[in-house]
Design a protein around this ligand. Structure first.
Ligand code: ADP
Ligand code: MG
Length: 322
């Protein structure tokens, strides 16, 4: 029902940045090689995402707006075999329940579709011309849940949460050309040429180019790649540390701390490196279903991974005589 969709929306969609995260994750899951994100007034006026991914077949479009209809989980085992960013089938219905959504989509095989959903109710669906891909436009976010609007922070804070989300997605997927504009002004544009260092420089500034150490290591359980800053390039906040596991940005204090530990006594008190560390490991060891936003995960071998990360960083810094 629309009411239960509104309630679940409260868990998945806290703010405009959550909408951006869920829609871009859908574009990534659709195999897009280019994703353009247009934001107006910190997302309160409009959020538009255009991708060139697989699109949705005409007879599947309505289903995409029905909660759990597209869930990829039918058994407990499936939860430990997740290869996509989304799997619960509740983001799009949740967004649609608390806003006005216009989607255009085409799978490139049949005619495209255009669908309008107002506050969770499908207003119309009609055929549309479109090359392969999907555009989703979200307007009037939280129009029917005014308490959510009151809970939002200032426009500049909401915008910075959006850029944080897009930065993380861009760092997680340097193989996708991603652009972000706000009120017509370009904030980020990545090339999609799978050059992580270039994406890091685009986000954290060109001075990082010469100050990032490339790290690579693997053992029987984990494969690690990424960049971490030399000890003389630090920040006063941990938020420049990103851990990406199987293409998913994760929030995990212990793993973040493992990176800092890798520096031993080389960091000044209160200073933190800029790091983008990617781990590939078996999905069977990861539970991503801890929270609806899927940023918190549970690892069955968290201790081993922490040690592996700390040792990898330590040995690369030692090799550089740092
Ligand atoms: P989930 O991502 O958990 O599957 P969502 O509610 O986010 O659920 O999306 C519902 C479904 O709609 C997806 O499973 C996918 O089939 C389809 N979909 C949503 N966005 C896109 C997109 N940009 N391109 C192709 N398919 C999409
Ligand atoms: Mg999704």
């Amino acid at each position: 029902s629309i009411l239960s969709d509104q309630i679940s929306a409260g868990e998945v969609i806290e703010r405009p940045a959550s909408v951006v995260k869920e829609l871009v994750e859908n574009s990534i899951d659709a195999g897009s090689s280019r994703i353009d994100i247009e934001i107006n007034e910190s997302g309160l006026k409009g959020i538009k995402i255009v991708d060139n991914g697989s699109g949705i077949a005409p007879d599947q479009v309505k289903l995409a707006f029905k909660r759990f209809a597209t869930s990829k989980i039918s058994s407990q085992n499936d939860l430990f075999d997740i290869h996509s960013l989304g799997f619960r089938g509740e983001a799009l219905p949740s967004i649609a329940a608390i806003s006005n959504v216009a989607m255009k989509t085409s799978d490139g095989k049949q005619h495209g579709s255009e669908i309008q959903v107002y506050g969770g109710e499908i207003i119309k669906q009609m055929p549309a011309e479109l090359r392969r891909g999907t555009s989703v436009e979200v307007k009037d976010l939280f129009f029917n849940t005014p308490h959510r609007l009151r809970y939002l922070k200032s426009a500049s804070t909401e915008l910075s949460k959006i850029t944080d989300v897009v930065n993380r997605l861009a760092l997680s997927h340097p193989e996708i050309a991603i652009s972000l504009t706000h009120n017509g002004k370009e904030i980020l544009r990545t090339s999609g040429r799978n050059n992580l260092l270039q994406v890091i420089a685009g986000i954290y500034g060109n001075q990082t180019m010469k100050k990032m150490l490339e790290i690579k290591n693997e053992n029987e359980n984990f494969s690690l790649t990424g960049y971490t800053s030399l000890p003389d390039l630090t920040r006063a906040s941990r938020k420049y540390i990103s851990i990406i596991i199987n293409g998913r940005f994760v929030k995990d204090f212990t793993l973040n701390h493992a990176i800092i530990e890798g520096y031993g006594s080389k960091l000044m008190v209160g200073r933190f490196p800029i790091s983008v560390i990617k781990i590939e490991m078996s999905p069977s060891l990861i539970d991503v279903n801890v929270h609806p936003t899927k940023q918190e995960i549970r690892l069955s071998n968290s201790r081993e991974l922490s040690d592996f990360i700390a040792k990898s960083i330590y040995s690369f810094l030692a090799k550089e005589n740092l």
